[in-house]
Write a new protein. Structure first.
Lengths: 159, 159, 159, 159, 159, 159
């Protein structure tokens, strides 16, 4: 495909009509990361052990963020997602919190944007929870890892 | 400051009480970028010239995203922002669309999260508008560039 | 079942994957009540007869509240409910306004939370409409009365 | 039909139960217009040619407005629309911007309100974008042009 | 003023910075109307007398619609309105339901869009409540009647 | 006061005009409880110690719920709350989870509804998280404990 589907022949933006597409089971996995200082990472890990869990708040925000995807992204179809899962991995040596979101649905269109929005929202929440200590955090490497289902079939990122 | 303000002494998450803080003029500038293929960049630039403007849709989404910040980020205060500005820079040689968001307010607390959310939402919208052509795009380098106003004063990123 | 389905094996909260479940017709009936002073009840009943109907505003709020359920309750699936009905019963002798909400859907998961949210929202609205007169009102006895459809079958409260 | 379906036998407002209705493909086309001064129309048309496109912002707002329909209209069912298209026609001689919205879905109930809400939201956005120049604009002639699908069949406005 | 304030020098859409403007008391009055068949008007008036009040549901929707204005209109500032009032007038001879909305605030920017959105949302709700009986209704003559406060001073429509 | 402020002289519902009222510091404390089975309480307490924390998810939902109050309760003013705090107490002997919410603001009107909505939303979330194990839970005793600030002064519940 060599043109943007969200514009019609006249170049008008639109929500693409998917009414003729089939309902198939679709899964999308996205990732992203937050780079934090060594001190911030230490504080986050301490929280994990005791109470006041930064990552648990970020997880709840990410799950709720999925449901706001069509409200945030103009041309996204409203979708009734059937499952969301968010996982965090702390990579100590690099000061990185990795976020992986998996969204599932049976629908006429995919849930890539839902997984990417989950990752973004969780990352922004981590930033917010830690910004009193560390303003130089950086959110990055947000990308689609995998997508299955639908006419275009399976997509796997090179990573 | 060496602890997270969004937790109290018992480690309970909370929206920090800012009622005793003063209303001051505050500005926050954040940036981020979307890395796209050469072909996608060509298509985006063609759109700029003709019609069906990817970046204009992303700009509207980013501006509306600012207003959804307290709805997305659990501990963010609801704030009546007084101005938002989103700028895009196309860096041809690197296949990068840079996004810079500036948010202004007179309030008891800052608008860092608002600018970061604007950048994220605009970036996700660019991904959505282009994903029929390019699924390998990557969103990254989302960070705070500058922050003025408030008791903690001015912050400038090293960049 | 002896564990919470909203956590996975590692104890991470999640929106449970229901994509393999069947679409069946499901109904959930919930109730709740607002205890008010004799004077407040008199004013509400006067409104019913003339104009300025407290209960009609509460009914509209309750119906709209159903549609906000996935936005309020973190792990709730977004659902396209197919019908909502809210009924009020005034129990004069006890100073009680009883609220009964019935939600219907054909879906992979039930609508208990939708009916409970309808009852809660209607109750909060009654409180808001009457609080200039009576601040000591109490909202209570919010519970599921009945649930039909789905694999776990029919549930009937003891009441 | 000679009574309002959104009230039951007792006159209580409700979201009508559509769970027994069949899923059919449904399309609704609505229109409306904004009457503006000659000078405002000139400015809008200049924008079309250069940058700062009033109508493109209004189009994005209209498309996003469709997704907010159940949140705005109390008795509307939440629906997962499958496509939205908004078209503008400038009628120079009369100082009119005509807005036509087409919404598609496969569902148990129609999308008339979605198309009418798209038109209204786009019209309000045009008003907002131009109000610094022209406060006397008027929004009008919002009506359903066509509706297909569902038990009540095709409706065509006289126009 | 002869240019649109919602675009900057480069023609980029933006939320205008109002942070330097003064807080003043502002009021905006808007109107609109729904043209209905004689039969529909009869049904609405019957409801007024008995129960199941179309106009009361529309009033609640209009009041809630005001609070969604910044969520609907991309460049609108989020505002904490301090009062909303919606009035209906039935003009029997013309089959018209007139809607008048008054919004008040003390803020740096006006509430014209809030009053216009209230009128639109109430009108759409009337359409929705009556559409089972009458699909040919028309919403029109939505305009600003009056605006006071702010630097640009008082505006009065010719009407 | 012996009439409902949310209706005008003609009995029309409205959002009361507070524009003439003074900004004062206001605090509202509300409480509520969820009655659960002994087994459910055991599971919740186990979660507290390990991971998968029911109460932490409910706390996040309650804090986010405060921000949705004007969206849920028709006549509530939109308010920029300045702090929210939610506390849980487990009363073992009675199988009760008590929820206490404290909301703070400097504004022209109080935050009773915000604290009551926080309690309700947290309670509904506890129900949702535990309902796979226990459908007979009951939410109750939701009431205002204390309110300070504003013209009507301090209110203290009898409890």
């Amino acid at each position: 495909m060599d043109k943007f589907s969200h514009f019609d022949e006249q170049g008008r933006s639109r929500m693409v009509d998917v009414s003729e597409k089939e309902d198939t089971k679709r899964i999308a996995v996205a990732k992203g990361e937050v780079k934090v200082s060594a001190k911030t990472l230490e504080l986050i890990k301490d929280d994990e052990i005791e109470k006041g869990d930064v990552l648990e708040v970020a997880r709840v925000a990410g799950i709720m963020g999925v449901k706001k995807t069509p409200d945030l992204i103009p041309m996204c179809h409203p979708l009734a997602v059937s499952g969301i899962d968010i996982e965090f991995k702390i990579i100590d040596t690099e000061g990185i919190i990795e976020i992986i979101a998996t969204t599932k649905i049976t629908a006429k269109t995919g849930v890539e944007m839902e997984s990417l929005t989950a990752v973004s929202t969780a990352a922004l929440t981590i930033y917010d929870m830690c910004k009193a200590v560390d303003k130089a955090m950086e959110i990055g490497e947000i990308k689609l890892l995998k997508k299955t289902g639908g006419k275009s079939g399976t997509y796997l990122s090179d990573e």
